[in-house]
Design a protein around this ligand. Sequence first.
Ligand SMILES: NC(=O)c1ccc[n+]([C@@H]2O[C@H](COP(=O)([O-])OP(=O)(O)OC[C@H]3O[C@@H](n4cnc5c(N)ncnc54)[C@H](OP(=O)(O)O)[C@@H]3O)[C@@H](O)[C@H]2O)c1
Length: 319
Amino acid sequence: MKAIEFRKYGPPEVLKVVEKNKPAPGPGEVLIKIHATAINSGDWRVRKADPFLVRLFFGLFRPKKSARVLGSVLSGTVEGLGEGVSRFSIGQAVFGMSDLALGCYAEYICLPENAPVVSAPETLSHEEAASIPFGLHTAHHFLKPVPLNKDSRVLVIGASGAVGSAAVQLARMKGCHVTAVTSGTNAQLVKSLGANRVVDYRSESLGDLEPFDLVIETVDRTPNGLLRTLVKPGGHLILVSAGVKDMLLASLRARRWGVSIYTGVASVKAEDMELFRTMIESGEYKPVLEKVYAFEDVVEAHGHAEAGHKQGNIALKIV
Ligand SMILES: NC(=O)c1ccc[n+]([C@@H]2O[C@H](COP(=O)([O-])OP(=O)(O)OC[C@H]3O[C@@H](n4cnc5c(N)ncnc54)[C@H](OP(=O)(O)O)[C@@H]3O)[C@@H](O)[C@H]2O)c1
């Protein structure tokens, strides 16, 4: 099968198209033929080992063998079932995540039966379906514990990215008033996702805004002093893109600032993916797919993702 491998941390050019053996499902595993994956911020962060912590998970000096094929999301078809698998059937169209196990930049993958993979929404192409789980599972993970209702005022910083575009949609689904921070070019996009107000970070100051019940920071460029003033006393702050230092200081800052702070690494379960499928099929949740790249153009696609100005998501077509 064809796959994209990297054997050293570095720029997009470390990614190489290679031939590998097709995997066979062991007991309790499902074999999936992948039709599309997406290039996410998590992928380039692992590729260039940024932050350094990546090396502790995926290999200190170079990516360990199990991490050589990047990619954490897929849309595809079930092609084989290992002994004892009953949750899937041959030919079933599925979408979901391999998550930290990676391996989705390939024609085939074997995943455990309980992986966060479920029937694909009937309304989407494979590229659209693959573009959804990364941003949506992250936004869903962080928004789940926050009490929100139609009176809540929410600020999403980085509202046009994979996570931000999902956060805008989820907050609007709860009836919140959403202020979206993005560049002017993306104003129309975030409005189409339901944002009530758009703030162009290139020409407007966030310091002029009234404090919010919830601030979702996905860009990690907002100074702490400003973040503190943007959240109402007793309000909530989600730091999606926080570095290790800010993660460690979160509970201390939360006490000092008198707010709840949520940070860390998002996780996803099969039941979350079932919920996402329902939201998509009912039309409540829309995919935001900027561009589809050919498999061989993965280097260009990674450059695009790393530049930090994606409009939602970009997908990689596999077959
Ligand atoms: N904690 C976790 O588990 C977790 C999970 C997923 C992602 N993350 C992190 O979350 C961050 C966002 O990820 P992503 O996948 O959503 O990124 P992304 O898709 O690359 O989105 C970046 C977006 O940020 C916008 N942006 C850039 N500079 C901005 C600024 N100064 N103010 C407001 N918006 C700005 C860009 O819009 P313009 O083009 O308009 O500038 C772009 O649409 C990354 O650092 C990623 O590593 C963390």
